[in-house]
Ligand binder design. Structure first.
Ligand SMILES: *Cc1c(COP(=O)(O)O)cnc(C)c1O
Length: 394
């Protein structure tokens, strides 16, 4: 079995599993309790906060633990909106291909009277910092742009985007769920005011993540209750999961350079192999992309059928995002980079894990090549393309 859907979720690392099971035995106390079992849990919690803060260049008090990336995105955006509303600043800038945790939150704000500008991400899947600069208005209260895209893997120039926002005095949030642990990020150097991350995208457990909010930013609570997380996120902390997240993040970060070097070679080998399939195209910039991300469109086929047939051969990948699969709409990310509906339907995302080998990459190339040819052999669209009734786009 080859698991090539690490953008959807990753397998927990041995270190994370060990930390979590250990703490289920030794760190199960309520971190708000004053006796020793509670104080032990509190120690683990604060150690995790320090370790996570260190990885992104933050200070521990700027980290709030959440239930994952979606919650962190919601809290960051709603907080900035609440601050904006108070000052009469009700304009938000984002990009057309953000995760739905961002886009749906923006939809909600739009219904409440906010104006939203979605920047073009162009064919290469990259925001242009000068277009961002031009879009910032007097009443802009927030810029939210993802560090790396979850479908096509493109990596934004976060430092330049952050610098533009800082210069204009506008809050900058980045959904860094795909980036944290995988590419270098530093909230100080990159001028990031708020950042979202999720443990299960870097070999930690599911259902836990964090929000970084720069000191002085007033956060809105999504969940009211006790005084946990400095009153910003009520609910008894899941200390074992939080500690496992910290352990997983420390580990991937310490190995980041070697992981990147290996993954980039594997990624480029896969891209080269799949590029030999006729009427196929890579989605997103070939180099400014996550080290393990490959995303292709194949003309004349359905991505869903491709997926199922690959699964039969022991290869697990994705078409569009986990959030879009199950619906018939093509991926909003592929439409945002200018792919037309027909082509966007024939997409395949392969997100490689750090332990992928060259033999496995070659196996993927062989399987995809055969399955694409097989699906085209009885595709009415492909027949029309071949007979000239329809024109090739790719
Ligand atoms: C996975 C993902 C999320 C959601 O994170 P959860 O922890 O699953 O809620 C948000 N943004 C991006 C870019 C993601 O890849």
């Amino acid at each position: 079995m080859i698991y090539a859907d690490n953008a959807a979720t990753t397998k927990m690392s041995e270190t994370a599993i060990r930390t979590m099971t250990e703490l289920m035995q030794t760190g199960w106390g309520n971190a708000s309790s004053l006796y020793s079992t509670g104080q032990k849990a509190k120690e683990y919690l604060e150690k995790a906060r320090e370790e996570i803060a260190a990885v992104i260049g933050a200070s521990p008090r700027e980290i709030i633990f959440t239930s994952g990336g979606s919650e962190a995105d919601n809290q960051a955006i709603l907080s900035a909106a609440a601050l904006g509303r108070r000052k009469g600043k009700m304009h938000i800038i984002s990009s057309a291909f953000e995760h739905h945790a961002v886009l749906h939150t923006l939809d909600k704000l739009q219904k409440e009277g906010f104006a939203v500008t979605l920047l073009d991400v162009h064919e290469d899947g990259l925001v242009r910092p000068e277009e961002l600069e031009a879009a910032i208005r007097e009443d802009t209260c927030l810029v939210t742009i993802m560090a790396a895209n979850n479908e096509i893997g493109t990596i934004q120039d976060i430092r330049r985007i952050g610098a533009v926002c800082r210069e204009k005095g506008v809050l900058f949030h980045t959904d860094a769920v795909q980036a944290v642990g995988h590419i270098p990020l530093n909230v100080e150097e990159d001028h990031i005011d708020m950042l979202s991350a999720s443990a299960h995208k870097f070999h930690g457990p599911k259902g836990v993540g964090f929000l970084y909010a720069k000191r002085g930013i007033w956060l809105t609570n999504l969940i009211e209750g006790g005084a946990q997380e400095r009153g910003k996120r009520a609910g008894t902390e899941n200390v074992p999961a939080i500690a496992a997240m910290a352990a997983a993040l420390k580990e991937v970060s310490s190995r980041r350079e070697e992981n990147t070097a290996h993954l980039e070679v594997m990624r480029d080998r896969l891209i080269e192999g799949l590029s030999r399939i006729p009427h196929a195209a890579l989605n997103g910039d070939p180099k400014k992309r996550l080290p393990g991300n490959v995303n292709f469109c194949f003309e004349g086929i359905e991505g869903e059928s491709l997926l199922l047939l690959l699964d039969d051969r022991g290869i697990q990948a994705s078409s569009g995002s986990a959030c879009t699969s199950g619906s018939l709409d093509p991926s909003h990310v592929l439409l945002a980079i200018g792919r037309v509906h027909d082509v966007a339907h024939g997409s395949l995302r392969l997100s490689l894990g750090e332990d992928i080998t060259a033999e496995e990459v070659d196996e993927i190339i062989g399987a995809v090549t055969e399955v694409v040819a097989y699906l085209r052999s009885f595709s009415p669209i492909w027949r029309d393309l071949m007979s000239g009734k329809r024109e090739f786009i790719l």
